[in-house]
Design a protein around this ligand. Structure first.
Ligand SMILES: *Cc1c(COP(=O)(O)O)cnc(C)c1O
Length: 384
């Protein structure tokens, strides 16, 4: 089976992890801070806070921005559930903004209309989470302009987008947001097995997130209530978690970072080849804005909805490991049952979902394997 996505592990990655295993520190050593500095430097952000998943990063990002009961967070329905769940962890409400059918990202038009309405009824969101779907950056300048007008915070869910650029800057530089979150799950662009990172340019947010990832504890006497009892002393000043990344993961991430540029370049080569090989087929190919550089985490095609399931099953039966990204979050049973969302609430996201198939795309996919995917897809469309 050719999978839809998979990690690339080099001998250097393995050596880096083994060296940590042979060292004194399996956690809380110098690898994770080095990984944080490497990513911050690469993106052009001041701070990186490494954690055990992007889900954890989204959670502490929301908490650092004081999201809580009575607050509202908006995101796109076309995303992984974690982009919305982070609001629920904080006791806040979630709502969605429908997608733009071309970019598949949260629609700025819908956002503008929804904000105007929310202002009239006094239900403006505290945080909006744009998701750079497939690694294609959202229109951050427009979203930031609305943030300034309506006073909401922005957390970019860049789980798909490390290595992407928006206009002249790297995604993750937080030029248009408070915080940007990356995922290092094995199907994403670089991996630490499980892992994530929250980027920010605000010292206060970085400090708060660093505390929250480690039980809400501080060892800095300046932050303590009263005096320190001595060199051993720490205080818990907030309710945090154990969301720490291990040194094994930090070393793996640091080693993977040295090949990020190569990873993205190959993804672009493969996507360009898909564009050419699939151009004449009766399907819709994914959009890329020429002013940006996508990280190309995914390559989703759209097939007529009455043929999608047949084509998907045909590809699977012929050893092509396709997938569907994403089932609209508002249609998940948990969201329907607890919050009253229903089919029809966000028609663009639902229409896209009914047509979507993500084709295999990863660094190690060979040209021959890609041709096999294309040939099998052609057969499937003919048979459908
Ligand atoms: C993968 C993903 C997440 C969650 O990442 P983890 O590191 O697995 O917690 C969040 N949002 C999006 C859009 C994702 O694709």
């Amino acid at each position: 089976m050719i999978p839809y996505g998979k990690q690339t592990i080099s001998p250097a990655d393995i050596d880096a992890v083994v060296r940590v295993l042979q060292s004194d520190f399996l956690t809380q050593g110098n690898q994770v801070p080095a990984f944080e500095r490497a990513i911050a430097q690469y993106c052009g952000a001041e701070y990186g806070i490494a954690v055990n998943s992007a889900t954890s990063a989204l959670h502490i990002a929301c908490l650092a921005l004081s999201l809580g009961k009575g607050d509202i967070l908006w995101t796109t329905p076309t995303t992984f559930v974690a982009s919305a769940n982070c609001a629920l962890y904080c006791g806040a409400e979630v709502d969605f903004v429908d997608i733009d059918p071309q970019t598949l990202n949260l629609s700025v038009e819908h956002l503008r209309d929804k904000l105007a309405h929310a202002q009239r009824i006094g239900k403006l969101p505290k945080i909006i989470i744009p998701v750079h779907l497939c690694g294609e950056p959202c229109d951050m300048q427009a979203i930031k302009q609305l943030a300034d007008e309506y006073g909401f915070h922005i957390i970019e869910d860049a789980s798909h987008a490390i290595g992407a650029s928006y206009r002249d800057g790297k995604v993750g530089n937080c030029q248009y947001s408070d915080i940007t979150v990356f995922s290092f799950h094995p199907v994403k662009i670089i991996t630490t097995a499980e892992g994530g990172m929250a980027m920010t340019n605000y010292a206060e947010l970085a400090n708060k997130m660093a505390q929250l990832r480690s039980h809400g504890i501080t060892r800095d006497p300046a932050e303590m209530i009263g005096n320190s009892d001595g060199a051993w002393y720490y205080q818990q000043i907030d309710l945090g978690f154990n969301y720490r990344m291990t040194e094994l993961q930090g070393a793996l991430g640091l080693s993977q970072m040295t090949r990020l540029k190569e990873f993205i370049a190959r993804r672009h080569q493969l996507a360009q080849q898909y564009d050419d090989l699939l151009a004449k087929l009766p399907i819709t190919l994914p959009y890329r804005d020429p002013r940006n550089r996508s990280a190309l985490h995914l390559y989703p095609i759209q097939v007529a909805s009455d043929k999608r399931t047949f084509v998907f099953d045909y590809l699977k039966q012929h050893e092509i490991g396709v997938n569907v990204h994403y089932i609209p979050v508002h249609t998940q049973p948990y969201y329907r049952q607890h919050f009253g969302f229903k089919q029809g609430d966000f028609p663009n996201a639902e229409r896209y979902y009914a047509q979507a198939i993500s084709l295999p795309l990863y660094f190690d996919l060979s040209d021959d394997e890609q041709k096999q995917v294309v040939e099998t897809l052609k057969q499937a469309l003919q048979a459908a």
